[in-house]
Design a protein around this ligand. Sequence first.
Ligand SMILES: [Zn+2]
Ligand SMILES: [Zn+2]
Length: 335
Amino acid sequence: MMHAIASIEALLAQGVGDVQEWMFLTLVQPLLWHLHWMVLDDMAYDNLPWVIYGALQVLLVYAVLRPLEWLLPLERWDDRRGLGVDVFYTLINRLGLIPLAWFFALQPGFDHILEWMRMHGWVSVNLDSLGPWLRARPLAGFLLYLVVLDFAGYWYHRLQHQVGWWWELHAVHHSQRKLSLWADDRNHLLDDLLQAMFFSALALFIGVPPAQFVALSLVGGALQSVQHANMRLDFGWLGERLLVGPRFHRLHHAVGYGHELGHGNRARLYGCNFGVLFPWWDMLFGSADYATALQPTGVRAQLPRPQGADEDYGAGFWSQQWLGLRRMARRLAGA
Ligand SMILES: [Zn+2]
Ligand SMILES: [Zn+2]
């Protein structure tokens, strides 16, 4: 098994290396030359694999999920209007443009913080130091990082719902009423920035090797595309408790249910099913809901009056971003 994984990895690395070489010589270098940006030469070359792995992931996700959405649709729509903007969000995120931009914007700050930590005798909690057992088993290390980051992701997501101004940014994600395989990356850019800062800092702190961080992002992203897909796919009783599936996450997006003050034992929660990849934390901290039937998705304020407030969350990228900022400012001003 491990041997097979190693040979697939080697084959993939070789293929990506070839594409990297080709893309750099035929596309990237001439473009940089043309723009007089040759100083970015090395950096562009080193980061091309991000873009290539991202493109492979998007193609794979599309090839698997689109036929399933077509064969087993959960909701039938009159048209697919409003999905194009989600494709745009997906491409700028998964092809590495946004992550790279944040990475380069944040890198100097991080170096500063790490230097400060070293000077004050702070040592990062490197999970690899757990022992030689883990070092000899890279797959176990990978899974351990996945679980630790996911645990942080659960609480991070709960705060996005709990803190008023933050919810107004996260509402960009929830405002898509036609959930599809493209919906995962529809987020406010400021929310993306906060998320990139938090998770890169945490990954650095627990010592995730950079290559594994890329792999973790790719696996996590693919699973989150599955969760948003418009398909009648049930992982079964056990499967739904091991991994967040489309049913579990769709309820998180339900109008007036997935993100508002709950009833009964969920009275103090702003919603249910916050888990990113694993539903374990929801089960552990009392926010899981497996019982409620599926219902339409979106934000209550989008609904026509009297159920909602007829509020416009924007149809295009810039209006969604602008309206998100305006809602946030209103909340911060106490309106
Ligand atoms: Zn949410
Ligand atoms: Zn979602």
